[in-house]
Write a protein that binds this ligand. Structure first.
Ligand code: AHM
Ligand code: MG
Length: 337
């Protein structure tokens, strides 16, 4: 019989020591919330959940009804679990402390409740991304502050995403490889469908929003130019391109068959630091990619080494097949030397 999420986590706890009991319970709660979000997403127009609200999030982006609903589902599910001290979300201005009347734990949960918002209304895959950190030692006897969340990505104890596509899947790392689970909708359980995802080191497939080409920095432009020249060019092979505009779906493809995903910083004022968020998107995806044998950089440095300065900080992201990301890194460093 196939293992489910709980059995996988219990085994990781027992044999590898990469997950503690409270992190296991926390991840089970997150997975339960993702099931509820996936259910709401799948109802679409029948559930009255499509379309936008009047509100904007802290980053000035119009919120979709499902962005807000997904955020509420995650907050409610995790508030009373007893394994958390606070949460932070792409859709909230600041942190959300666990209310006084609930038991608390020593973990912090960060999430992008529904990534790929522009794809919600057009029925293309979207997802939930999450990251787990521990409360720093010095903060254990006081109220959690924003600064307690500002830990480099290599300190994450777990990270993952749920993707709501043709199948609803949960992809998870607790620091010992990446496992994938498929939701058995009849049984309501997350069934382990791959114990160790592995990104091929080489690839001939890239993902980037080509419409931004005129804004790119020279190393990015040079790399994509080289790819486009195919077998006649310096890279000596023909490249294929994909851009779903849902990071979860693009990263999922890369975890499945390799590739390189790029949302680099560019010259537009709003993207000067990058578009994607370090704490809710780049860090968890980078941990997954590295745990699957890939590489993840902001252009010039490893994303997981970046010391965050703000909860909603943005960053350039280039991740995927190791040799290809290393090539993009070389283009960047050659340009600055
Ligand atoms: P969101 O969190 O507001 O949905 O934005 C993040 C998304 C990523 O999933 C995706 O890679 C990117 O934005 C797409 O951006 P663009 O529409 O500029 O191509
Ligand atoms: Mg997002």
């Amino acid at each position: 019989m196939k293992k489910n999420l709980t059995q996988y986590l219990v085994e990781q706890q027992r044999t590898k020591g990469t997950v503690t009991a409270d992190v296991r319970l926390l991840l089970e709660t997150v997975a339960r919330a993702c099931k509820a979000i996936g259910h709401a997403v799948s109802k679409g127009a029948l559930g009255g959940v499509l379309g936008s609200l009047e509100s904007e999030n802290v980053q000035g982006e119009v919120q979709k009804k499902l962005d807000v609903l997904s955020n509420e589902i995650l907050l409610e599910a995790n508030e009373w679990g007893g394994n958390l001290a606070a949460m932070a979300s792409e859709e909230m201005d600041t942190l959300h402390r666990i209310p006084e009347y609930y038991p608390k734990g020593d973990n912090l949960l960060l999430f992008d409740p529904l990534d790929g918002s522009s794809n919600i209304d057009v029925n293309v895959s979207i997802g939930t991304i999450f990251s787990v950190l521990q409360v720093p030692e010095e903060a254990r006897q006081r109220d959690i502050q924003e600064i307690d969340f500002l830990q480099a990505g290599y300190k994450q104890v777990a990270a993952g995403y749920a993707v709501y596509g043709p199948q609803t899947m949960l992809i998870l790392t607790v620091g010992d490889g990446v496992a994938s689970f498929t939701l058995d909708k009849e049984m309501g359980s997350w069934v382990l469908t791959s114990e160790r995802l592995c990104i091929p080191e080489d690839t001939a497939e890239f993902a980037i929003n080509m419409s931004n080409m005129r804004h790119w920095e020279p190393p990015v432009k040079r790399y994509i130019d080289d790819c486009l020249q195919g077998v006649e060019g310096p890279l000596g092979k023909n490249y294929n391109m994909r851009w779903i505009a849902s990071m979860v779906a693009d990263v999922h493809r890369i975890l499945t068959r390799g590739g390189v995903f790029m949302y680099p910083r560019d010259k537009r004022a709003s993207v000067r630091e990058g578009k994607l968020r370090l704490m809710y998107e780049a860090n968890p995806m980078s941990m997954l990619v590295e745990q699957a044998g890939g590489m993840s950089i902001d252009g010039v440095q490893r994303i997981l080494d970046i010391q965050p300065t703000g909860l909603h900080q943005r960053v350039g992201v280039i991740l995927g097949s190791k040799n290809e990301v290393a090539r993009v890194l070389k283009y960047h460093t050659a340009d600055t030397n």
